[in-house]
Design a protein around this ligand. Structure first.
Ligand code: TYC
Length: 103
């Protein structure tokens, strides 16, 4: 270990699971009032998307009601949600994001 492959009964792995922190999706929610350009700006500013990537995600959220802005460790994902929700509130838009545990 880490190069050997210890196995228990019937080949079941007994190597302890290490360094596999849970990951969290930051979900962007659709609404009827936030301008499309503002959502694209949010995706570029807080999720480091290109103009093209941001536009694709924004349109997907617009059509389907919700979509994934990014996937991060818990503390980073929590920070992104705070930043997005505060930035939207500051600009008087109802845009909201939430967290969802990955698979
Ligand atoms: N539905 C909004 C509009 O038509 C655009 C929008 C897209 C808002 C994505 C929020 O997460 C969102 N102006």
């Amino acid at each position: 270990y880490p190069f050997s492959s210890p196995e228990g009964e019937a080949g079941v792995q007994i190597v302890p699971k290490l360094d596999t922190p849970k990951m969290y999706k930051v979900i962007l929610l659709n609404d009827d009032y936030t301008p499309m350009d503002f959502v694209v700006l949010v995706l570029r500013r807080f999720f480091t998307k290109t103009e093209e990537q941001a536009t694709e995600i924004m349109l997907d959220v617009h059509k389907k009601g919700a979509g994934i802005a990014g996937v991060y460790s818990l503390e980073i994902a929590e920070m992104k949600v705070m930043q997005v929700n505060q930035f939207a509130q500051l600009n008087k838009y109802p845009l909201k994001s939430t967290l969802e545990e990955e698979s």
